[in-house]
Structure formats: C-alpha cells, structure tokens
Design a protein around this ligand. Structure first.
Ligand SMILES: *Cc1c(COP(=O)(O)O)cnc(C)c1O
Length: 386
C-alpha cells in the first residue's frame, strides 16, 4: 500500500488516522463518471458514505450530484459547491426544520418515504409559497442478498412506501397543491455484489413505472438508488468496481423513453477503496486460546465490524513481513467486547509499535467515528501530502 519511502513518513505520524489515496479516488470517480455519461445516466453521490472535505470537494469537481439524508448534509453539499439543482434529499424521518431548509434552498427533489411525509412537505411548501419536486420511494420487496442490517427494500424494512399503499399515495399526490411528482425512487440495500439483484430491481421499476403511467401520471425520473458493492477481500486486485457491468445492467433491463432520466445514488462504490485506517500495535497478548493484537484504533474510529460484523482486510504496513505468520484476534482499546476488527487474522508475528492498515475503510468509516470513551478527534492524511 505504501512505498518504502512513504513508510518512513507514515511511521512518523501520530496514529490512528485515515489515509486517503487521492489518485485512486480520482481514477474511480473518472471511471464511474465515464461509464454513466456514456449511457446518459446521472449519478448523485451519497454523502453519508464519506463527507471528508477534500474527498467531497473532489467528487463535486468531477461533476457528480449530491444525495443527502439530513438537512446538514444538504447544507454541506451547498457549502461544498454542489448546485441545489443537483441535490436530492432522502430519509424516513425528515424533520420540519430540515424540510424547510431544503425547500428554501430549492433542491432538485425530495425522495419521499411515506404518505404522511408527502402531506407535510405539501403543507410546508404551501406555507413558504414554493413548490416541491418529489420522487416517491417505493419499497419494491426485492432481496438484496446482503447483510440484513444493510437490506432496505424488503416488506419488513422501514424504508419507502409499501406497494399496497401506492393507490392512496397517488391520490394524495394528485390532491397536493404544492407538490409535483417527478419520479420514482428505489434503494434496496448496500454492498450488493450479485448483479442479478439489480436485474430484479429493473423488473420492479418497469412494473411500477407502468403502473403510474397507466394511471396517467408521467414519470420523468427513474431513481434506482445505490448499493453497488466493493471487494473487501481483495482491495488491491479489485481496487475499482466494475462500473461498466453495473450500468450495463440498467441500460439493458430498464425500460424507458428518450425523455426519461435515470438517476443513481452511489456511495460506497465510489469511496470505499481509497481509504484505509492506519493504526499502531499497542500491545500483544497471548491468552489461553488466543493471540491478541491490541491496536490504538477501535470501533470509535471504524465501527463497521462492531456494527454489522463487517469484514475488513488487515495488513501490516511495514516491509518486514518475512516473519513467521501467526493468527491474531485484532482488537481495539474500547471497553466493549464487540470492539474487534477481525478474529484469527493471519499476520506476520507482530510487536508493539508495528503498523497495521485496515483496508477498504473509505466508506462508512470516518463518518461514523465517535468520541465514545472521550477518544481523540479523528485524524486523516492524504496520499499527496507525502
Ligand atoms: C445509503 C444510501 C445510498 C448509498 O448507498 P451505497 O450502498 O453506499 O451505494 C443511496 N441512496 C440512499 C437512499 C441511501 O440511503
């Protein structure tokens, strides 16, 4: 991951910190953009995956839109330079204050997740004397075949309007004086690696688009969400996801007219591989059954393993990797048993002071950092700084 020369500089830095490979990020963004542009697809970047200032500024500069899930994310997008006309706002629990902010900023569209929310947006828009563009988020009951904590499109998930309610939703929209339905929105989960799942999604999108059109409602935007997965096992071999194959599925299976726009909301696939969490071994400990590596990073810096048993590849950063391999439980310093980055991880025999990198941490990493145990503010460095 680091050249020999870089390793020396890295060793001098205070750990733990996030390391962002800006060249890889730029290349990933260029490839995804080219694959989308070729098919006239629009991509909104899902800010919640990573909103580090420099990462976000680069994404903005590459011509992506912004997909937000809070009022503060809407504000952050605007502050970063995204035009309001490129901003969408999703989420099951938008507060009145957040809705008002987004209305005042004149964002492109709200992705509306319930009938009641639609009524509230209509009321608040009327109060401000503005109109709101909305896309209706439909829960299509498609199994994303991913971890149940990051599955969002099944009947028992809290997201979107269930299809049994669409008749009523359509009638509420027709009667709403300050709301314009521009599109349908779907987002069925995250870290989806089986592209057939997206094929199934296309079938559902076609079905519901036709349903609305048959009832005389024109649909301008088909928003199919995000969710494309990355290779957590092989961050170097598969550093950039296969965006061509991904967009190709939608190109082939999504039925649409020339006037209809197709929108995507990618988060993880754009930023996951460019980030690593670099940490130092504080202590080694041999238990009755286990060898432990105790790091200076914990779930407070990277929560995914504790939150949803996520796998991250763990490597030694320094070159001296000819040492005999051992199996380690790699754990953090936080007072929680779930504060563990990996069990029985094969690593060269390691000592206090050795550096490890926890790979593929650019998405849902730094953004989820917390001050639990009154930990230091998270640190980060960029590849072009040394
Ligand atoms: C989180 C989220 C995304 C991004 O998901 P990824 O799996 O990171 O691509 C897109 N749309 C919505 C509505 C989301 O909540």
């Amino acid at each position: 991951m680091f050249t020999q020369a870089q390793q020396e500089s890295v060793k001098a830095l205070e750990t733990p910190f996030y390391y962002y490979d800006m060249a890889l990020l730029a290349e990933t963004l260029d490839r995804a953009k080219a694959a989308a542009d070729k098919r006239n697809f629009h991509v909104h970047y899902a800010l919640k995956a990573n909103l580090n200032d420099r990462v976000l500024a680069l994404i903005q500069s590459k011509g992506y839109g912004a997909d937000c899930v809070s009022g503060n994310e809407v504000q952050k997008s605007i502050d970063t330079g995204f035009s309001p006309s490129q901003i969408t706002f999703a989420g099951v629990g938008k507060s009145d204050k957040e809705i008002i902010l987004a209305l005042q900023q004149g964002i492109f569209a709200f992705n509306v997740e319930s009938i009641q929310e639609m009524e509230i947006i209509n009321e608040l828009a009327a109060g401000l004397g503005v109109r709101a563009n909305v896309s209706l988020r439909i829960n299509p009951n498609v199994d994303a075949h991913t971890h149940h904590y990051i599955t969002t499109g099944l009947d028992d998930n809290k997201f979107g309007v269930p299809t049994s309610e669409l008749e009523r939703a359509a009638s509420v929209i027709r009667q709403a004086s300050h709301v314009d339905l521009i599109g349908l929105h779907f987002h069925i989960g995250s870290q989806i690696t089986d592209l057939n799942v997206f094929k199934s999604l296309c079938v559902k999108v076609n079905e519901w688009k036709n349903w609305f059109e048959e009832r005389g409602t024109a649909i301008k935007v088909l928003n199919v969400g995000g969710g494309l997965g990355v290779d957590y096992q092989h961050p170097d071999e598969n550093a950039i996801p296969d965006f061509e194959a991904y967009f190709d599925i939608f190109d082939r299976f999504l039925e649409r007219s020339a006037q209809q726009e197709v929108h995507f909301e990618l988060g993880r696939a754009l930023v996951a591989q460019c980030g690593s969490l670099v940490s130092k071994v504080l202590y080694t400990k041999s238990g009755i059954k286990k060898n432990f590596l105790i790091l200076d990073a914990g779930m407070t810096e990277l929560m995914r393993p504790a939150l949803y048993q996520a796998y991250h590849k763990i490597e030694r950063v320094d070159a001296n990797t000819s040492a005999e391999e051992k199996l380690y439980d790699v754990v953090g310093p936080i007072c929680e048993s779930s504060d563990c980055f990996g069990k029985e991880v094969p690593l060269p025999a390691s000592e206090r002071g050795d550096l490890v990198a926890i790979r593929t941490a650019g998405a849902y990493g730094e953004v989820m950092a917390s001050r639990y145990n009154l930990r230091d503010e998270i640190r980060y460095v960029f590849s072009d700084q040394f």
